[in-house]
Design a protein around this ligand. Structure first.
Ligand SMILES: CC(=O)N[C@H](C=O)[C@@H](O)[C@H](O)[C@H](O)COP(=O)(O)O
Length: 232
């Protein structure tokens, strides 16, 4: 069962969306089975009403565990592609089959190995799956506005600081969130390097529709490293 767009937007409004992800090579990645549903269980117990996660198996496990709306993505690096978040229709189809309630995809303007543009990619997804709720992961103001014009449902600052040409700031990109809120009439999600409850609150006060918090809640290696670095 998939939640409707209205239900998803209602669930995430003014909330902290917890991103529960562990990629191969990370301490919490277990080859045999998904354990990310346990992170999602903790997030739900704490009050989360929407979860973001990577991979088909984690989407399925987390939906089953929490019964909450899930934003799904598939991280995959193809040769010739610079984007790695749900980069092709193959991953979109897999997430549709897994019943992800929202699909997050890289909407930066970077090179796509099949020669298509991001605008063509979004148009194709919308043609194949007109009811799908799309979350655009962008790194700059221009990319956010472009994705909005292409008809995505949500725009998120996920990639700010992670493309060669985007602003590198230590914390979350408040300026980008502010500028996008002024420009677009769809929800703007603040995502990336929100490391404290205070920053999350400040982002909502800035006008973000919701805030995605990942590593600061669900990546113990990242959290422990920050502690270790602080005492050096
Ligand atoms: C850049 C990229 O690939 N970001 C990924 C997107 O899904 C995740 O690895 C992040 O954890 C997520 O965006 C949340 O951000 P943070 O973990 O900083 O709260």
């Amino acid at each position: 069962m998939r939640f409707s767009k209205e239900e998803v937007l209602k669930a995430m409004k003014h909330s902290i969306i917890v991103s529960c992800q562990a990629l191969p090579g990370e301490p919490l990645y277990v080859e045999e089975k998904s354990i990310m549903y346990l992170m999602a269980r903790a997030a739900k117990q704490a009050g989360a009403t929407c979860i973001r996660t990577n991979s088909v198996r984690d989407v399925i496990a987390i939906k089953e565990e929490t019964k909450l709306p899930v934003i799904g993505l598939i991280k995959k690096q193809y040769e010739g592609y610079e984007s790695y978040i749900t980069p092709t229709l193959k991953e979109v189809t897999e997430l549709v089959e897994a019943e992800a309630d929202v699909i997050a995809l890289d909407c930066t303007m970077r090179r796509r190995g099949d020669g298509t543009t991001i605008n063509e990619y979004i148009a194709k997804i919308k043609e194949l799956y007109p009811d799908l709720v799309l979350m655009a992961d962008i790194s700059t103001y221009e990319e956010g506005v472009n994705a909005w014009k292409c008809g995505v449902d949500l725009v998120s600052t996920t990639m700010s600081g992670y493309t060669p040409y985007s602003l590198k700031v230590e914390g979350p990109d408040f300026e980008l969130v502010k500028k996008l809120i002024e420009a677009v009439d769809i929800p703007v999600i603040a995502e990336g390097r929100v490391h404290t409850p205070e920053l999350a609150k400040a982002m909502l006060e800035t006008g973000a529709y919701a805030v995605v918090v990942g590593g600061a809640i669900t990546r113990p290696f990242e959290i422990a490293t920050r502690f270790m670095s602080a005492i050096k």
